[in-house]
Design a protein. Structure first.
Length: 158
């Protein structure tokens, strides 16, 4: 098994960061291409997987699945960035990013989702703010509305 560890602030210069994040700044572990790992992976900082992983993944920060990465697992993380293949459910507290080479088979849940053109996703998506208990924020109905585009309409009085 080839897992390389990095100290805080070292390495990670080639890591593509999720939108609005510095994920590569504290890469702490790396499962290289050609490596296989099975079991439960738990970490606090950022981990990049370019090899094969089967099992469960739990993170307090960021999981990066490289283009050659193949994951068969349930993933729970703050942020998940996918450029490779994931078979299993992804639950992110902050954001999921699917790059154009991403292939995801499973359900996803996150308050923010970025999908590049070319990415493949087969599953159900649940989006909501973290403060909601049911996963999805309720939609508010909009009263009134324009009869035709460009036509203003006053709100209804109670």
């Amino acid at each position: 098994m080839a897992i390389s560890s990095f100290g805080r602030g070292k390495g990670g210069d080639d890591v593509v960061s999720p939108v609005g994040s510095s994920a590569g700044a504290n890469l702490t572990a790396f499962i290289d291409q050609g490596s296989e790992f099975e079991g439960k992976l738990t970490f606090k900082d950022t981990v990049r997987i370019d090899g094969s992983f089967h099992g469960e993944i739990a993170s307090e920060n960021t999981l990066i699945v490289g283009e050659t990465g193949t994951i068969e697992a349930t993933i729970r993380s703050n942020t998940v960035v996918v450029s490779g293949t994931v078979v299993g459910n992804i639950l992110a507290a902050r954001q999921i990013v699917l790059h154009k080479s991403a292939r995801v088979q499973g359900d996803m849940s996150a308050p923010s989702l970025v999908i590049e053109e070319g990415a493949i996703f087969n599953g159900q998506l649940s989006m909501g703010r973290p403060e909601t208990k049911g996963g999805s924020a309720p939609l508010k109905s909009i009263e009134g509305g324009a009869k035709h585009p460009g036509e203003a309409h006053a709100p209804k009085k109670p």
